[in-house]
Unconditional design. Sequence first.
Length: 117
Amino acid sequence: MNQNPKSILIVEDERDAAFLLKSYLTRQGYKVQVACDLESAYSLFPEFNPEIILLDLNLPDGSGFEFLKYLNEDKATCRVIINSAFDDSEERERARKMGVNDFLSKPTDFQKISSVL
């Protein structure tokens, strides 16, 4: 169990996957909130103030890259981990240039996520 729980915001449009991941991370001792679209992510971010964001790139109301731009403009200090099915060198390079800490490919692998937290 994590001795010093960190807060994690999961931004993921696949509700079942998001809540399964939330359940897993909560059992690991993390404080977790879920946003299933950009609009929810924008409103949850300032009030929850997460230390880590697990971010999908393909969301129903836009791209995860839009949220990265918002985080950069806000000078957010949280770690960002992309978890996306869109995994090619162009996305990885763009994410790296935007300050993303890690880039994981779907399907979601809980062990890989745990290893980068």
